[in-house]
Structures are given as structure tokens and as C-alpha cells.
Design a protein around this ligand. Structure first.
Ligand code: LP5
Length: 242
């Protein structure tokens, strides 16, 4: 079995989500062939050099899972795109590019975080272009820790305010962009997170049946997509389920 999750937004302020994730790592994920984390594992990541006891605890739990034989693949999200090699080494994860084609029991699927699909969200796409520019990334990584913390807080609070004022369709994916990405990759299954709107959308692409699966965000409950030879099934569960 292969498991996929995204948008956990782990932070010390949500111990219920942290406990649920650690429980998943110690139980269902054990014995799984692979665990894919499609972005926003953390609420905010300001650099591998800023890892404290909380981040190290998560890395250790991931490493224990990796050492038990489950391959762990990690994709950047819009909150944790500064995760780098040091965290991945410590956690035993392999970092995936923004678009990745995986083979799940002979079913090929396109994996993305999902933020780039929201092309009508022009404010966000502009911010993304700035933040992901290699020059900006270089500067951000070399800023003093306190400046990075301040900047991250500013970005989070601006984002919270602005997202509340945006119409629902602006913060959802643009169908034409979904189709463009799937056509370019020649895939009929796309799995992504980011929008916090878990669902399976049946699509028609050039007369062919296709699907877009949106992973759920961990907030009032947890979500995991299971890929088995029988197919893809997304489940949700109570955070305190044991
Ligand atoms: O994250 P979420 O779900 O709330 O909203 C996202 C989009 N917002 C973001 C911003 C992140 O939340 C901020 C993450 C901070 C942690 C990492 C920081 C690392 C860098 C700094 C430290 C080194 O991604 C939101 C989308 C929404 O998803 C739905 O798709 O709408 O986008 C916005 O709200 C963006 C606004 O429209 C534009 C914000 C302008 C902010 C200007 C601040 C000035 C700072 C200048 C920085 C160079």
C-alpha cells in the first residue's frame, strides 16, 4: 500500500494534529511501501537552520519510519518551500520536484502541491513568483533568523486577511490549468492538495475519462489517500482515533 497526505500544517500550537500524524507514522504507515507528503507538512518553515526541538521530533519520527522500510517522498508546499537537504537527510525523505509522475501499482499518476493550479489567484501567483525566484531564495536563506521569523509572521497575517476576502472560485484551481498540466504530462490522474477541498472530480480529457483527486487538509480531522492494486481511496478519520 502507498499512502498520500498533504496540508498537515504541523505546529506546536496544534498538538492534536501532531499526535495524529505521529500515530499514523507509527501504525498505518509502518509496512506501507511509501508515504508521499504533497506539501505543507509544516505550518511555516523558515529554513533548515531554524530547526528546534519540535521540528527535530517530527524529523526523527519520519526517520524511524524510513528506517523501517517505508520510502518517504516530500514535496514543497507554499508554507514550507524552504525545506532543504538538511531536513530531508535527518528525516530520511526524498525531496520531489513541483511536478512528479509516480507509478502506483501500474497506475501512473501526476502529483503536485496544487498552488500553481490556482491561476486566478493573481495576488498569490505574484507572491509565489517573487518568493520562488532563485535570487529571493538565496537572500531569504541568508537573512538573520529573527528577520525571517518576522517576515514569515507578516506573510502569514497578510495571507490570512487577504484569503478571507477572496472569492471561493479565486482560491480554487482553474480547470483549464488542470487540463493543461495533465495533457502536458499525458496523465489521466492528478492528485494534489492546497485548496483544502477534498474530493474526487471525474473529468473528460480529449474524450478520455480522467480524474483529479484533492487531498484533505488536517484540521478538524485527518485525511489519507490509500493507493492499492484495487485503486485509490481517500479516507478521513478523527484526530484522536486510535
Ligand atoms: O497559506 P494559506 O493557505 O493561508 O494561503 C495561501 C496563500 N498564501 C501564502 C502565504 C503563506 O501563507 C505564507 C507562508 C509563510 C511561511 C513561509 C515563509 C518563508 C519565507 C519567509 C521567511 C524566510 O502562500 C494565499 C492564497 C491561498 O493560499 C489560496 O490559494 O490566496 O495567497 C495570498 O494570500 C497572497 C496574497 O494575495 C498576497 C500577499 C502579499 C503579501 C505582501 C507582504 C509583503 C512581504 C514581502 C515579501 C518579500
Amino acid at each position: 500500500m502507498i499512502l498520500l497526505v498533504s496540508d498537515l500544517h504541523l505546529e506546536p500550537e496544534r498538538p492534536d494534529i501532531v499526535r495524529a500524524f505521529l500515530h499514523l507514522l507509527e501504525t498505518r504507515a509502518r509496512g506501507a511501501e511509501a508515504l508521499y507528503i504533497l506539501g505543507d507538512l509544516f505550518e511555516a518553515w523558515i529554513g533548515d537552520d531554524a530547526m528546534g526541538p519540535f521540528e527535530r521530533e517530527i524529523a526523527t519520527a519520519l526517520r524511524q519510519l524510513a528506517d523501517s522500510g517505508t520510502a518517504i517522498y516530500l514535496m514543497h508546499g507554499n508554507r514550507d518551500f524552504l525545506i532543504g537537504k538538511a531536513f530531508c537527510r535527518r528525516a530520511g525523505c526524498r525531496l520531489l520536484p513541483d511536478r512528479h509522475i509516480a507509478d502506483f501499482h501500474r497506475q501512473r499518476v501526476l502529483l503536485m502541491h496544487g498552488d500553481t493550479l490556482c491561476t486566478r489567484d493573481e495576488g498569490y501567483q505574484k507572491l509565489r513568483r517573487i518568493l520562488r525566484n532563485p535570487l529571493t531564495l538565496f537572500v531569504l536563506r541568508h537573512l538573520p533568523l529573527t528577520s525571517r521569523q518576522k517576515l514569515a509572521r507578516k506573510l502569514r497575517s497578510e495571507s490570512r486577511q487577504q484569503t478571507r476576502a477572496k472569492a471561493m472560485d479565486i482560491t480554487d484551481v482553474t480547470e483549464a490549468e488542470v487540463e493543461r498540466e495533465m495533457q502536458a504530462a499525458q496523465m489521466t490522474t492528478l492528485i494534489h492538495g492546497h485548496t483544502h477541498r477534498p474530493a474526487t472530480h471525474e473529468l473528460q480529457m480529449s474524450g478520455q475519462a480522467a480524474q483529479r483527486i484533492v487531498l484533505g487538509d488536517w484540521d478538524s480531522r485527518g485525511w489519507v489517500l490509500e493507493a492499492t492494486p484495487a485503486g485509490l481511496t481517500q479516507r478521513h478519520f478523527a484526530l484522536d482515533e486510535r
